[in-house]
Ligand binder design. Structure first.
Ligand SMILES: Nc1ncnc2c1ncn2[C@@H]1O[C@H](COP(=O)(O)OP(=O)(O)OP(=O)(O)O)[C@@H](O)[C@H]1O
Ligand SMILES: [Mg+2]
Length: 340
């Protein structure tokens, strides 16, 4: 478990003083993947450096399993750091060492016996699905495989926390998906707390249990991923599910943006809605998927000739929230409603 308490990091003094992290408070439980998203310069990497204490916070605390790391001496810190495994965008492997020798580094450093090291490296490479690549050098591995070696190395000292700063950024979608699957397995099998920093919203949808948006050193919004996705008023939820262009409606139709709000929306809700309202419903765009065991969906519908309050009411009864496209509320569209 990681907890941040009013974590603040300031760089520079006087005129050049910049508050990069401004009193961050959040926790990542064991068995949870917590994603932090935010634009370039938001402070994400600074956050990573403060959590693994490569940087000392200016004020506030980082607690790992209840222990306040910010108070430790350098010597104590070296020990405490073992509970935090880190993976970065650049895999940081040594090019002249094989995959096995790279994974062995932290164990060598701690003075493990050759037999212990061999056994543990074997376990770790198997864990990340690379047993057959033990004697390959980094240049003989794909980007995704190199990142897996990096993960194996990060796990060598049995950390309870895994910190990932843009570890999938720059990988192709297939490699990203395989890293994401591995991280979820590690979360479940080893009960890790994973702090997953990224600027890729698509990856957040695949990996996160919870997500926070960092902007100018503040957490501006956070919550469980599925809650944010189903909250029609959530900016972060919207950013995670960018609205695509939709098919044109017939002139008489109002355009409705619909999202799944209830946990149990029936799959045949469009037919039920049509039957209830007694008018044809056009599906102009839609996406429905299972995320963390919950169905999350959004649809753009064309519905004409019905009082908007009836549409909203019928949708609410089906577990859906809806908003009418603003353009349909502009005066010039009154004519269209008359026609309908
Ligand atoms: N050592 C430092 N000294 C002074 N300023 C710094 C230092 N490190 C980072 N900063 C500043 O802190 C801010 C946040 O940087 P950070 O690297 O944390 O952003 P980020 O969210 O990781 O961005 P990106 O998505 O581009 O990786 C930036 O304005 C940066 O210039
Ligand atoms: Mg960064």
């Amino acid at each position: 478990m990681i907890s941040l308490e009013k974590l603040t990091k300031v760089y520079g003094r006087g005129d050049s003083r910049t508050v990069v992290l401004d009193g961050l408070d959040f926790s990542v439980a064991s068995g949870e993947i917590f994603a932090v998203v935010g634009p370039s310069g938001a402070g994400k990497s600074t956050l990573a450096h403060c959590v693994n204490l490569l940087e000392r916070p200016t004020s506030g605390a980082v607690l790992v399993n209840g222990e306040n790391l910010s108070r430790l001496s350098e010597k104590q810190l070296r020990v405490a750091r073992r509970s935090i495994g880190t993976i970065f965008q650049a895999d940081g492997l040594f090019s002249r060492r094989t995959a096995a020798a790279n994974v062995a580094l932290p164990l060598d450093y701690l003075g493990a016996t050759p037999a212990e090291t061999k056994r543990r490296v074997g376990e770790l490479l198997e864990r990340v699905g690379l047993s057959d690549k033990a004697s390959s050098y980094p240049h003989q591995l794909s980007g995704g495989q190199r990142q897996r070696v990096g993960i194996a190395r990060a796990l060598a000292l049995r950390p309870s926390i895994l910190l990932s700063d843009e570890a999938t950024s720059g990988l192709d979608p297939e490699s990203t998906a395989s890293i994401v699957d591995l991280l979820k397995e590690l979360r479940d099998d080893l009960d890790l707390s994973i702090l997953f920093i990224t600027h890729e919203m698509d990856t957040v949808l695949q990996v996160a249990d919870s997500v926070a948006r960092l902007d100018h050193g503040h957490i501006v919004e956070s919550g469980a991923l599925v809650d944010l996705l189903r909250d029609a008023d959530s900016d972060l939820g919207r950013a995670l599910r960018p609205r695509r262009d939709w098919e044109a409606a017939s002139g008489a139709d109002g355009i409705w943006f619909v999202s799944y709000e209830g946990r149990h929306v029936r799959p045949d809700w469009v037919s039920l809605l049509g039957a209830e309202l007694g008018v044809p419903i056009s599906i102009l765009g839609a996406s429905i998927e299972r995320i963390n065991g919950v169905t999350v969906g959004h649809a753009t519908l064309g519905i004409g000739g019905v009082d908007p309050a009836r549409v909203t009411g019928a949708l609410a009864a089906l577990g859906l929230t809806a908003t009418l496209d603003d353009a349909a509320l502009r005066p010039e569209s009154d004519e269209l409603e008359d026609v309908a």
